[in-house]
Design a protein around this ligand. Sequence first.
Ligand code: NAD
Length: 247
Amino acid sequence: SMDSLSTLASWIGESSSIVFFGGAGTSTESGIPDFRSAAGLYLTEKSSPYPPEQMLSHSFFISKPEVFFDFYRSKMLHPGAEPNGAHKLLARLEHEGRLSAIVTQNIDGLHQKAGSTRVLELHGSVHRNHCMKCSRPYGLETILESAETVPHCPVCGGVIKPDVVLYEEELDRRVLTDSIQALSSADLLIIGGTSLTVQPAASLTAYFRGRHAVMLNAEPTAYDSRADLIITDRIGHVFERVGELLA
Ligand code: NAD
C-alpha cells in the first residue's frame, strides 16, 4: 500500500548506514530469471538431464565441465541485462551517504553497473574468472568469446573457472567478515528479492541489530515474522516509487 511505501521512504530518510541484503529477485525485472519463482530455473529446467543444483556444484564442474559450461552460458550469463529501479535507487542511496553496503547473493554485477561501489558479493561474480592452473585472471569477455565450450587459458592451457561460489565450495572469508561487520553496524536493513533459503548467506541477516528491518519480496519468506515492515511486491517497481517519494 501507499502507507508502507511512505513508511519505507521515511525510514530511509532517517538512516545513514542502510544495508541492503538481496538475492536473485532483485534482478528478475532486468530479465534474469531467479531460481525458485514459477519462472525460475528450478521449475523451467525440469527437462534437463541434471537438476540445476547439481550442475552448479563443484564436483559436477570438475567431472562434467562441458555440461556445466553449456548450462552456465545459456542460463547464468546475461551480458545485455540492464539495472532496474532497485539497483538504481541503491546506487543513489550510496552516493547520498545513506547506504553503507549491499550484501548480495547475486553474481550478475548489476549493482556495479548501476554505480554502486560497496558491493559484497557472497557468491562471487560472473565478471571474474581465473585459470585453475596458473591463476591468471580473466574477464567475462574471455568466457563469452571463447570458441570452445570449456574455455582454456590462452597462456598455459589450464581450464578457466568462473569466480562464482558453487555448491560444495566455501564462501570467501573476507566477504563474510565484511558482510557481518556491515550488518552489525547498520541502522536500517532492507532484505529484498531473496527466498532466504541458501545457507550460510541467509543466516547472516541475524547479525542485524539496528532500528528497522524491512522485507520486500514478491512472496512470503521465513524472515517475515521478524520484519517490522513487509512489502509483498516487485522490488524494482517499489523502489522506483520510493525514489519519487524521497525526491
Ligand atoms: P531464489 O530464487 O531462491 O529466490 C528469489 C526470491 O525473489 C523469491 O522468493 C521470489 O518470490 C522473489 N522475487 C522474484 N522476483 C522478484 C521481484 N521482482 N521483486 C521482489 N521479489 C522477487 O533466489 P536467492 O534467494 O537469491 O537464492 C538463489 C541463489 O541463486 C543465490 O545463491 C544466487 O547466487 C543464485 N542466483 C543468482 C542470480 C543472479 O545473479 N541474478 C540469478 C539466479 C540465481
